[in-house]
Design a protein around this ligand. Structure first.
Ligand code: CO
Ligand code: CO
Length: 351
């Protein structure tokens, strides 16, 4: 790709690290009265991954959209990652993606073969997911953006929201943390090629296998870990479920090279905003490892699923998830009731 423009140099912040800060977004959303009829099963209220609409007692529609600026320089790879990330919110709800629309922004004065490769990457990822691309929308602006608006289906009883984690559950995380710092490292430092390969493999991997398995095992709740980091998405789950999520920091899966990127201070702006977002709900126990601490707030692009499931089923589910190719997956914590020490919605990080 050396003869081409470096896609990541054309944008100010990459991937899910470019999200509008949640407290700013919440301000903009708060006084608006959205029309929602009685078939809306999941709407704005719980910060869930996707909207869910009941079509019948047997069928629910799951809808979501995600798009972002380039996270890698290779346009085809960027297309794959953006599509995998968009599909993930359907998987996080326990759904099966059926079709999608392309969402594209591209400066048309640039080399159009770049656009073609981005779309081809998205098309191949959607094919892998057996999700039909049925159309799209494009605009000619200075920044490159790509993603999908995805429609999925599920049985209404199998929808996995973030509001049903239960005290006594354990928590499984299916992908390694550190995509934010590693993406910055690719942009500003000089990481090992093997670290870059691992990063790309993780971001372009579908969450399909883990999703199907957590539905099969009857998980209590699920979300995917993306722009708000482990802390942010855990807080959303803890708040919506009215429980406390506890994490054992030493058990967290970490992408190869991520700790090196942290030591090299390749932190994103999301690290700061995710701390502000979660600060009233985080309790640290033990001696804080100031390097690993950054993993908790690192915005993830196309991150893994955070699954809450009864302890008795967890080992078997984890074994199957690993067998299916998410070898890095692990049991990372447990769910407790709120008490005087920890209010509902809290997350506890045990160092
Ligand atoms: Co999500
Ligand atoms: Co999303």
């Amino acid at each position: 790709m050396s003869n081409k423009v470096r896609l990541t140099q054309m944008v100010t912040s990459a991937g899910c690290a470019a999200k509008i800060f949640p407290y700013i977004l919440n301000d903009a959303l708060k006084d608006i009265k959205w029309y929602q009829d009685e078939n809306v099963m999941v709407g704005f209220s719980g910060n869930d991954d996707a909207g869910v609409y009941r079509l019948s007692d047997e069928l629910a529609l799951i809808q979501t959209t995600d798009f972002f600026t380039p996270v890698v320089d290779d346009p085809y790879t960027y297309g794959m990652i953006a599509a995998a990330n968009s599909l993930s919110d359907v998987y996080a709800m326990g759904g099966n993606p059926i079709n999608a629309l392309n969402i594209v922004a591209f400066p048309q004065k640039e080399d159009l073969s770049i656009l073609k490769e981005i779309l081809a990457g998205g098309a191949d990822k959607a094919r892998e997911a057996k999700c039909s691309i049925v159309g799209g929308h494009s605009v000619d602006i200075a920044n490159i953006l790509y993603g999908l608006a995805v429609t999925g289906t599920a049985h209404p009883n199998n929808i996995k929201g973030n509001d049903s984690a239960k005290a006594g559950d354990v928590l499984i995380l299916t992908k390694g943390l550190g995509t934010g710092v590693l993406n910055n490292s690719v942009k500003y430092a000089n990481p090992e090629q093997s670290d870059i390969n691992g990063l790309i493999a993780s971001m372009s991997r579908l969450n399909r296998n883990a999703s199907e398995l957590m539905v099969k095992y009857g998980a209590s709740a699920c979300t995917d870990v993306t722009g708000f980091g482990l802390a942010g998405h855990s807080m959303q789950m803890a708040k919506a479920s009215k429980v406390v999520l506890n994490f054992n920091i030493s058990n967290l899966p970490v992408l190869q090279g991520a700790m090196k990127a942290i030591r090299e201070k390749q932190l994103t702006r999301g690290d700061k905003s995710n701390r502000i977002y979660t600060q009233d709900f985080v309790t640290n126990k033990g001696t804080v490892d100031t390097e690993k601490d950054h993993l908790l707030y690192d915005p993830q692009t196309s991150g893994g699923l955070l699954i809450s499931i009864e302890e008795i089923k967890a080992e078997k589910l984890l074994a199957e998830i690993r067998d299916g190719g998410d070898e890095i997956a692990g049991i990372v914590g447990f769910v407790t009731e709120s008490n005087n020490d920890c209010k509902s919605g809290s997350i506890v990080f045990n160092f």
